[in-house]
Design a protein. Structure first.
Length: 199
């Protein structure tokens, strides 16, 4: 699947939040300035469609997805029998690259995606190199033994703030249960995202 390879600071500044998943002082200083030559000028008030669009773009960019793939996730979540917002959260949070990032194995989602693509991650002992692979409840996600050298351990977060649906022991983690919207602290109004695709 394709991915965005352009400047990520520009995307973060457009949405007004840090979507990089890591601390960046240079970005924090400019978050309130929209990219472009007229970024410092006052923005006009957004329409209802504009507000929904910005929330959709924000959520899509947090997870590093392109439009077609994100639209498919929303379509699948709308067909599920559970709450649509919770279904969307489950689909996004259960992505293998996201689980690797949440477990602290990657410094950011793009870094976690690279670890998966380069076959450094196993799920239940099997190598998986598909970032969009959906981790199931009870699955064990781990770094391969060759990745457990002292140099590479330095990039791993020792004590990450794990969400309640994950648990980790050393370089191995487990999806205890499927997440809900309350488990995630994304600064996004999921209802507006659903409404955007329901027009």
């Amino acid at each position: 699947m394709a991915r965005y390879t352009g400047p990520k600071h520009k995307l973060a500044r457009r949405e007004g939040i840090n979507i990089l998943g890591k601390i960046s002082q240079s970005l924090d200083r400019r978050l309130n300035i929209i990219p472009g030559s007229h970024g410092k000028k006052r923005m006009r008030k957004l329409s209802e469609f504009g507000v929904q669009l910005r929330e959709k773009q924000k959520l899509k960019r947090i997870y590093g997805l392109l439009e077609k793939q994100f639209r498919n996730y929303v379509a699948v979540s709308q067909k599920k029998k559970i709450n649509t917002e919770d279904a969307l959260v489950q689909l996004l949070e259960a992505r293998l690259d996201n689980v690797v990032y949440r477990l602290g194995f990657g410094k950011s989602r793009p870094h976690a995606r690279q670890l998966v693509s380069h076959r450094h991650i196993t799920v239940n002992g099997k190598k998986i190199n598909i970032p969009s692979y959906s981790v199931k409840e009870g699955d064990i996600v781990a770094l391969q033994e060759k990745m457990q050298s002292p140099d590479l351990k330095a990039i791993i977060t020792e004590n990450p703030e794990l969400p309640p649906f994950l648990e980790r022991q050393n370089l191995m983690g487990k999806l205890k249960r499927l997440p809900t919207k309350e488990d995630i602290s994304n600064p996004v109004n999921y209802q507006l995202v659903i409404e955007f695709y329901s027009r």
